[in-house]
Design a protein around this ligand. Structure first.
Ligand SMILES: [Zn+2]
Length: 383
């Protein structure tokens, strides 16, 4: 006997009483079948409901051949009347996402003469694929229209069709279907064959926001948030933007310009610093003119600066140049010996000075964990 589907009779039913028809130990718990249920099983892209059934936690709900099986964490007695309570926050969120998806898909598919070719309702967002190259501006125009539709508070309706009546009715993504088919409708927005649960009035979706748009196969993949998810996302963005605005002393609507200004300022400071560094390195290199093999120390710098200083000194000293930048215990190094194979030298140096790194063509870069004295002693010994 097929399970009576209370969620089709009333999508807003949160609790119910039903009789346990069977309960068997199964993978992940106990498989419970009732004569009737308000628990929605996974289907049509909508995840299943969770909740409590006769004191047992419902962890999964599936439908096969019209029979709905609840996976519970405890066994229930066959013949007992049990009380079921669905996790309403989870279900209502699903109804908001699912109904919002209907409205935007109906509007997008009609405006761009395309189909919804993929749909996934994730834990954080809804992902929808369309087989048309819809530009982001077009998506935003539909977003505005869909929100307007929500606020006009249109009633949702559904009708079961069969045979010739089904053939006569027009609906989105129409394909041959057997038996009685449930055609769901948000009037003037979408008409579609669907097995999911929906809000009763479009206003209950609350708010609708697209947050992602990317090319996907021959069309686009869009990311959508509805209801509380959209509000939570916008609240997080507002909080972040407010913090950036305060940090940069600008109005909330001017943060991007302010960030660009700071980036430009940083770039010019970096350029000024690089010019000063170049002068400083040239003065250091001059001191080592013709000195042959050289070891020198510098305060902490980024590895690119260490390499450039080493390069400039190596060009003047006429031998192998080793630069160590940092402090005892943590030095970054660069070693340059033009035209020489220094791989063995670096290997031995790393072993002696607790270091790591390497290179090729007369150049090596890395780090050592030792003191300046140990470095000086080592180079004194090998020179
Ligand atoms: Zn639906």
């Amino acid at each position: 006997m097929e399970t009576r589907k209370l969620y089709y009779e009333d999508a807003f039913l949160r609790s119910f009483e039903a009789t346990v028809l069977s309960c068997e130990e199964s993978k992940g718990g106990f498989a419970v079948v009732l004569d009737a249920t308000a628990f929605y099983p996974e289907g049509g892209g909508q995840p299943c409901d969770f909740g409590v059934l006769g004191g047992a936690a419902v962890k999964d709900v599936r439908e096969k051949g019209g029979i709905i099986t609840h996976t519970c964490d405890k066994s229930l007695a066959v013949g007992d009347t049990v009380h079921g309570e669905i996790d309403w926050a989870r279900r209502f969120d699903h109804m908001q996402q699912h109904s919002g998806e209907h409205i935007v898909s109906g509007m997008l598919c009609s405006a761009y003469h395309c189909d919804n070719v993929g749909f996934h309702m994730g834990a954080d967002k809804v992902v929808i694929d369309y087989n048309a190259d819809i530009p982001w501006e077009g998506v935003l125009a539909i977003e505005a229209k869909a929100n307007q539709y929500l606020w006009e508070n249109h009633p949702f309706c559904e009708t079961w069709y069969e045979g010739a009546a089904l053939e006569a009715v027009e609906y989105r993504s129409k394909k041959p279907l057997e038996g009685a088919v449930r055609i769901t409708e948000f009037p003037d927005a979408d008409r579609c064959a669907c097995c999911g649960t929906h809000v009763a009035l479009s206003g209950q979706v609350g708010l609708l926001k697209f947050i992602g748009h990317q090319k996907f196969r021959d069309g686009v993949r869009l990311e959508l948030l509805c209801g509380k998810r959209a509000l939570d996302y916008l609240a997080l963005n507002q909080q972040q933007n407010q913090a950036v605005a305060q940090a940069l002393s600008v109005k909330v609507g001017k943060t991007f310009e302010a960030v660009q200004r700071v980036q430009n300022e940083l770039l010019s400071v970096k350029q000024g610093y690089a010019a000063l560094q170049e002068q400083s390195f040239a003065a250091i290199a001059e001191k080592y003119d013709g000195c042959g093999d050289t070891v020198l120390f510098h305060e902490k710098m980024d590895s690119d600066s260490v390499r450039r200083l080493c390069d400039m000194v190596a060009a003047r000293c006429g031998g192998r140049c080793a630069v160590f930048a940092g402090e005892d215990g943590a030095y970054t190094y660069a070693v340059i010996h033009a035209g020489q194979d220094i791989r063995d030298f670096i290997k031995q140096m790393n072993a002696a000075l607790n270091g790591r790194g390497g290179g090729r063509d007369g150049f090596a870069q890395g780090s050592v964990s030792c003191s300046a004295e140990e470095i000086s002693q080592y180079f004194g010994g090998v020179q």
